[in-house]
Design a protein around this ligand. Sequence first.
Ligand code: MN
Length: 268
Amino acid sequence: MPLDEYRRKRDFSTSPEPEGDEPSRRGHESPAPFFCVQKHLASHLHYDLRLEHDGVLLSWAVPKGPSIDSRDKRLAMQTEDHPMAYGTFEGVIPEGYGAGIVMLWDMGTWKPLVDDVETALKKGDLKFELDGFKLKGSWVLVRTRGYGGDRAEGRSWLLIKHRDDWAGDVDITTFAPLSVKSKQDFHEILAEDDPSVWTTNRPVAGGATGAMLREIIEKAAALKAERGGDRPRPKTSGRQPPGARAKAALPRSRTPARGRSAVRRKQR
Ligand code: MN
C-alpha cells in the first residue's frame, strides 16, 4: 500500500505524527533494516508491528500483541505502509485516523529469512528474524483466510514465533509492558507529551473524536490505577528472578548480552 493512503487518512496540519517526507533517519546505509512494535491505545488497544522494506514500514496491527510462545498464533491485520520517520514515534495522536496514545514498545533490526520479500509477501509466507529489546529470534507471518468477511480478504495474517532459543512461555506483553524509548507507560506518555502540542490539537469538545479521546484518557487513567498497586499485578510466572520484569521492561542497551536475557531463561 502506498504512502498516499497513509497521507489521505491523516490531516498533517493538526497531527504531531511525522509526515513521511523527511529523509531517512539514518545518515548511512545500515546493514540491517529497522523494525518496531508500537503499542497503540486507540479505540482498541493493539500492537503495530512494522518492518522496514523499500523505504517504508510494512505494517500489521496485532490486537493481542506478539507472543514469544511458539504455540500461539496471533492475528495480524495488514495495514497501510507507514513512513520510516513514524517508526520511532511515541506520543499522542490527537485526532483523526489512529487517534490515541502511541508507545514505542520494541525496536531493533530485522532480517528476512527468504530470498525475496516481495515474493514472500505475495505468497503470504514471510519468515524473518527480529533483533529487538524484547522480541528476538525467528518468526513467521502467514496470510490466512480473513476474519471479518470480504473486507479482511488478503489483509489477515498470523504472527507466529518459531521454536528457538528466544521462544518461551513468558507473556511478553505483561512481562515487559513499557516503552523502550522512554521507559514509560501510556499515562506517563500522555502526561509527558508537550502540553502546547496537546492543547493546540485538542479536538472540539463534544465531537466524536473528543468523546473517543476522553475514553482513551480514562483508559490511561484506569491503567495507571491498575499498575498503582491497589490491585494485584498480573502474574506472569513465579520462576523469573527478582528484577527480571524491570530489567526486561527497561532495557539499557540495544544489544543486551545474549544468554543473560531473562526471556532466554524461559526457553523450553
Ligand atoms: Mn495502530
